[in-house]
Design a protein around this ligand. Structure first.
Ligand code: ADP
Ligand code: MG
Length: 567
């Protein structure tokens, strides 16, 4: 070893390591999934880069992943023949965390083990999870295409620092050796490792191989001597999305979800589709159960894993879904794109638009199905991602009707803050003669619910949607109608309750207006500078007066937001 140096971990890595070792202890076996996942990523990256530069294969196109163990020594090793890393890669990837928002994420951890393990799972534990079971981790790696003497040896006990040294490494790729902690020796066992590979990594498309073990009772006797130990594949090694639906069970789908999303919890639902014809693609799209920690960070990476003819092309291809569906995770594999695509080319490729609109429909259909078939899960979805979905009607005109059906509101029907009323529910409960969908927007649910504007609606038994999220007024300003019914803010303009009004009531109102003509005139004079006009209303039953906003004026909530923004 030459050029050996000791470097400190970035502060965030130290914090993450500490928290991870403590909070993920009851899930410690996932280290193997993470390391195999990285080995598979590295193999796919090599395959992709080799499309343009065949020399990277160094004459060896075999891309398997090998797992070995040594019971006596208490070690487990995972070896790939993927892209590998050079010295700078190692320092960048195995000493720092490159994810944006890491500091914010770490400060959101509470110290409560159950909650934290959830959060850490969503953040993605990755390579560092090796330290849950290992007292020392050694990484031997060499970047594909570089000479043998450009190998690197990284070693750490997962405390404050790591060493890095130059080595000779004939084989390209990465070998990771875990020296297990005392008490974790159970992992240096063929049966245990095999069952973990099957459980967590069966769907990895690269073969994961282990040495064949002699079955009990099958001794060396009678076998040929000096026979080289044989390797066998432990996983099924076919890309999961290429398999047929009927061939896959829920656990397999869930494990694949965890592999591509780096999420720790199960997905809420998924949709797997193969489409042939002009536009040829396979997609497997998942709705996560929990919001990622960076859902509201506009710069946060998002998008699908893109494959072209089974070859991995890129992560976070964000061209295939609109922004309001940024929480969807999944894979799209298309035959319409060329293997040479890059992000720049993707922007111009006309098939991308077609794929985007097809995949958007898939997601909306999957959500409609969930709403129809599993109200509890849909309620969970709405609580987690409803506010993001509310960006949809403005962003995606083409699918506005579908999106509108997916929206859920609180309303005067139940009077609780729970958002569980769909527009279809609302329309189904409309009074005879009612033409419009009525809503009120306020700063809080309670203000909305107690608005004096609701009095006449209560009296007439007309339902009103109660909106109180920041995005609501803006969203409502983007909606025109649903199922032929326009939307009406109950605080705005003339309230035309249309045919819900009886002749008798109309007449009475006219009489009252006549009777108080003088009063109205005087009030209009006195309040001339303060309001547009004063008029008799049937809006109120108990309160003597209320303020109403013109039909085309900005609503109160919007006004406050603009004021807060200094406008
Ligand atoms: P993630 O996989 O989410 O990027 P990890 O913590 O698992 O995060 O890995 C960090 C980085 O280390 C990877 O992005 C990759 O660049 C590098 N890396 C890890 N394992 C390997 C490997 N076997 N071969 C090549 N690079 C690797
Ligand atoms: Mg990883």
């Amino acid at each position: 070893e030459t050029q050996k140096e000791t470097l400190g971990f970035q502060t965030e890595v130290k914090q993450l390591l500490h928290l991870m070792i403590h909070s993920l202890y009851s899930n410690k076996e996932i280290f193997l999934r993470e390391l195999i996942s990285n080995a598979s990523d590295a193999s796919e990256k090599l395959r992709f880069e080799a499309l343009h530069n065949d020399a990277l294969y160094e004459g060896d196109t075999d891309l398997d992943i090998r797992i070995e163990f040594d019971k006596e020594a208490g070690t487990v090793s995972i070896e790939d023949r993927g892209i590998g890393m050079n010295r700078q890669d190692v320092i960048d990837h195995l000493g720092t965390i490159a994810k944006s928002g890491t500091a914010g994420f770490l400060s959101s951890l509470t110290g409560d083990q159950a909650k934290d393990s959830q959060l850490i799972g969503q953040f993605g534990v990755g390579f560092y999870s090796a330290f849950i079971v290992a007292q020392r981790v050694d990484v031997y790696t060499r970047r594909a295409g570089e000479s043998a003497d450009n190998g690197v040896h990284w070693s750490s006990t997962g405390e404050g620092d790591f060493t890095i040294a130059s080595i000779d490494k004939a084989q390209r790729g990465t070998r990771i050796v875990l020296k297990l902690k005392e008490g974790e020796e159970e992992f240096a066992d063929g049966f245990r490792l095999r069952s973990l590979v099957r459980k967590y990594s069966d769907h990895i498309s690269i073969p994961v191989k282990m040495l064949k073990e002699a079955l009990p009772g099958e001794t060396e006797e009678g076998q040929e001597e000096s026979k080289a130990p044989e390797l066998e594949s432990v996983n099924s090694a076919t890309a999961l999305w290429t398999r047929s639906k009927s061939d896959l069970n829920d656990e397999e789908y869930q494990e694949f979800y965890k592999h591509i999303s780096h999420d720790f919890s199960d997905a809420l639902t998924w949709s797997h589709n193969k489409v042939e014809g002009n536009l040829e693609y396979t997609s497997l799209l998942y709705v996560p159960e929990n919001a990622p920690y960076d859902l509201w960070n506009r710069e946060a990476p998002r998008g699908l894993k893109l494959y072209v003819q089974r070859v991995f092309i890129m992560d976070q291809a964000d061209q295939f879904l609109p922004l309001y569906l940024r929480f969807i995770k999944g894979v799209v594999d298309s035959n319409n794109l060329s293997l040479n695509v890059s992000r720049e080319i993707l922007q111009k490729d006309p098939s991308v638009d077609k794929l985007r609109s097809a995949l958007t429909k898939r997601v909306l259909d999957m959500l409609s199905k969930l709403a129809k078939n599993d109200a509890d899960k849909y309620a969970k979805f709405w609580t987690t991602f409803g506010q993001v979905m509310k960006e949809g009607p403005a962003e995606d005109m083409a699918n506005r009707d579908k999106i509108l059906k997916l929206l859920r509101f609180a309303s005067t029907h139940s009077g609780t803050a729970e958002q569980n009323v769909s527009l279809e529910d609302y329309v189904g409960r409309m009074q005879e003669g009612q033409k419009k969908i009525y809503y009120v927007v306020a700063d809080s649910f309670n203000t909305a619910k107690n608005s004096p504007h609701l009095e006449v609606f209560r009296k007439k038994g007309i339902e009103v949607l109660l909106l109180s999220e920041r995005i609501d007024e803006w969203m409502m300003s983007q909606l025109f109608d649903f199922d032929g019914h326009s939307f009406q803010d109950v605080t705005k303009g003339e309230l035309d309750l249309g045919e819900t009004e009886s002749e008798e009531e109309k007449q009475k109102l006219e009489e009252v207006a006549k009777e108080h003509e003088g009063l109205i005139e005087r009030l209009n004079k006195v309040l001339e500078d303060k309001v547009d006009s004063v008029r008799i209303t049937h809006r109120l039953t108990d309160s003597p007066a209320c303020l109403v906003i013109g039909d085309y004026d900005m609503g109160l909530q919007m006004r406050r937001i603009m004021e807060a923004a200094g406008q």
